[in-house]
Ligand binder design. Sequence first.
Ligand code: ATP
Length: 240
Amino acid sequence: GAPPALLELEEVHVFYGRVHALSGLTLHVREGEIVALLGANGAGKSTTLRAISGLVRPASGQVRLDGRPISGLPADAIVSRGVAHVPEGRRVFATLTVEENLRLGAFLRRRDQAGVARSLEWVYSLFPRLAERRRQLAGTLSGGEQQMLAIGRALMAGPRILLLDEPSLGLAPLLVRSIFATLRAIHRQGVAILLVEQNARAALRLAGRAYVLETGRLFAAGESGALAADPRIREAYLGA
Ligand code: ATP
C-alpha cells in the first residue's frame, strides 16, 4: 500500500483539567507538504502542535511519525526523531547571542558537528540578518528578527517537519511576506511544514492543504484552493 504519512494524528483528545481542548482530532502531513492549521482563537491549534511535540500528553488517540507512535515520548526524543516546534511568542534566550541561541537548537546533535556547521551556514543563508547579528544579544533583536531566530533555532535540530505557531503574529506586512518566502525556501529543501496561522489568506497561499478547527474538532479540510473558494470558509475565515 501507500507509505505511511510522515506525521499522523488519529482521534487525539487533549484535556487541560476540565477543558476538552482537542476532541478526537485526525489529520496528517505527508513528506514534503506544507499544511496549514486554521481556526479562531481557542480552537485548539496550539494544543495540536503541543500534542505532536510532546509538550502536552493526549488523554487518548495516537500521534505517529512514519507510522510509529511518538505520543508519550519525552519532548527531546521527539525532536531527535525530526520534529521541531517553534512555539508562539518566539521565546529566544535574551541574554545569549544569536549564534549561541542557534547552537542550542542543535544540542541533540553533539556527535554530528559537520552537520551542525552545515545547518548553521544554511540558517545564515536563509536569514542574512541573523548572520550580520551573530554576536548580538538575542534580547536586543527586533520582533521580526527574534521570529527569524526562533525559526533558525528550530532548523538547527535538523528537522524533517517544522511546526510553526503564528510566525506572522505582530509583524509588519512586508516582514510577513519575507518570512513566508523563507518558509517556501525551507520547504524547497525538503522540510515539511505544519503552519498555525491567524492570517488564513496568506496561509492558504503558502500551503497545499489545510485543516480548519472549531472548538477542538475538524470543521473543514482539503486543498487550499478548494477551501479558499468554499463560501463557509470565505465568510468565517477570509472576511469575504
Ligand atoms: P489561539 O489562536 O488563541 O492561540 P488556539 O487555537 O491555539 O488559540 P489553544 O491555545 O490550543 O487554541 O487552546 C485551546 C483551548 O484550550 C482553549 O479553550 C484554551 O483556553 C484552552 N487552554 C489552552 N492552554 C491551556 C492551559 N494551559 N490550561 C487550561 N486551558 C488551556
